[in-house]
Design a protein around this ligand. Structure first.
Ligand code: NI
Length: 393
């Protein structure tokens, strides 16, 4: 079966690249992926794969195997970023101010390629394979919307697999984790409400900039003084906005930022401590405040048993030395975590670094690109994992 899959991928490899290049030219932002999802649906239909729209711009495809069995899902995110492309590639973005700078064009191509190949092999497996083409991974996390609309039901999904193209890892390697792989993503917003006035008469005003500065500094002590140094936590205040005139003390100051962690307990502890600090400081300085804390994405936690199974299959295809266990999870987030809260599965990194050929830019860089050779490797990993899983007794 492995050889048959390989042969089909080899025959399809040129078209796989063409598909990636097509989507690269027409990037669309979160929940605006209308043309992207239309094209995905057209291709699935042209290959005889049943599919439907979900959450405005998502597409779910389904291949039913020859006999009843379990259902495994393959997920590909489809959204692009608000970036002006600077790659000078022949197939650069034709949508100004939009770019597939996070490799989701590659994810789409790999999802479609896997669907095409498995549609031709459906007599060889039991059960079903569902393809989730998911909008809005970057923000606000399309996965949660799709789950609410039942993407994991009818047929019920028993396991799920997904990947991200990873520029920090050499081409030809994959990174796996049997536990946490990517951090939780939370967001906070603070408004400090003081009293505006003349810059020359600070005694008649209450300066929210001075108070906001104290808050930013004090919040740093949560990570540095309260949390076990062996727990990884980030608290970054990323915007501090207030005032616009040189001689006016403004009324308000706004701070926004992000929190990252792997230990679920921090989702309660950190906002509680933040509010205590903000409240204490603003009382001390005669201000009022508003505080909002939003949990955007939980931690990506891979299922150990499923990942062991995936690892064995991946080593057979790629060779043991090419499958690397990630020692340090990433502080970046990924809404694949919502699926993993519901069903076992694994999310892995597919290495793309290829410095010899000038491919080294980070994700979200305006000159980001990846080696297209990895598209076939991704399809091979997906297709073999699906078939192995569905035919497992
Ligand atoms: Ni991405």
């Amino acid at each position: 079966m492995k050889a048959l899959i390989k042969k089909k991928i080899d025959d399809f490899s040129k078209e796989l690249i063409d598909i990636r290049r097509y989507f690269h030219q027409y990037p669309e932002l979160m929940f605006e992926e209308y043309e992207t999802s239309k094209k995905i649906s057209e291709l699935l239909t042209s290959w005889g794969i049943e599919n439907k729209t979900i959450s405005k711009t998502g597409v779910v495809g389904l291949i039913r195997g020859s006999r009843p069995g379990k259902t495994i899902a393959v997920r590909a995110d489809i959204d692009a970023l608000p970036i002006d492309e600077e790659t000078e590639l022949a197939f650069s973005s034709k949508n100004k101010g939009r770019m597939h700078a996070c490799g989701h064009d590659g994810h789409i191509a790999m999802g479609l390629g896997t669907a095409k190949i498995l549609s031709e092999l459906k007599d060889h497996f039991n059960g079903n394979v569902k393809f989730i083409f998911q909008p809005a991974e970057e923000m606000p996390g399309g996965a949660g919307y799709l789950i609410k609309e039942g993407v994991l039901e009818n047929p019920k999904v028993d396991a799920i697999i997904g990947l991200h193209i990873w520029p920090d890892m050499e081409k030809g390697y994959i990174g796996i984790s049997k536990g946490p792989l990517m951090s939780a993503v939370d967001k906070f917003d603070v408004e400090v409400i003081g009293k505006g006035g003349h810059g020359a008469f600070p005694n008649k005003a209450i300066d929210p900039i001075v108070v906001g500065s104290q808050i930013i500094t004090a919040l740093q002590s949560i990570v540095s003084r309260e949390i076990d140094p062996f727990d990884c936590v980030v608290l970054s205040s990323c915007a501090f906005n207030s005032g616009n005139v040189f001689n006016v003390i403004p009324e308000k100051a706004n701070i926004t930022g992000t929190i990252r962690y792997f230990n679920k307990a921090f989702s309660e502890y950190i906002p509680k401590r933040m509010e205590e600090i903000i409240s204490g400081i603003t009382i001390g300085f005669r201000c009022n405040y508003k505080f909002e804390y939003t949990q955007l994405c939980p931690v990506v936690v891979n299922d150990r048993a499923f990942t062991n199974f995936f690892e064995n299959g991946a080593k057979e295809i790629m060779g043991s030395e090419k499958v690397i266990e990630i020692e340090r999870p990433a502080m970046g987030g990924e809404d694949f975590s919502f699926y993993l809260e519901k069903v076992p599965g694994t999310f892995f990194f597919l290495g793309t670094k290829d410095e010899k050929n000038g491919i080294s830019k980070s994700l979200h860089h305006p000159q980001y690109n990846f080696s297209e050779e990895i598209l076939s490797a991704g399809v091979e990993l997906f297709a073999n994992t699906v078939v192995n899983y569905l035919n497992k007794i």
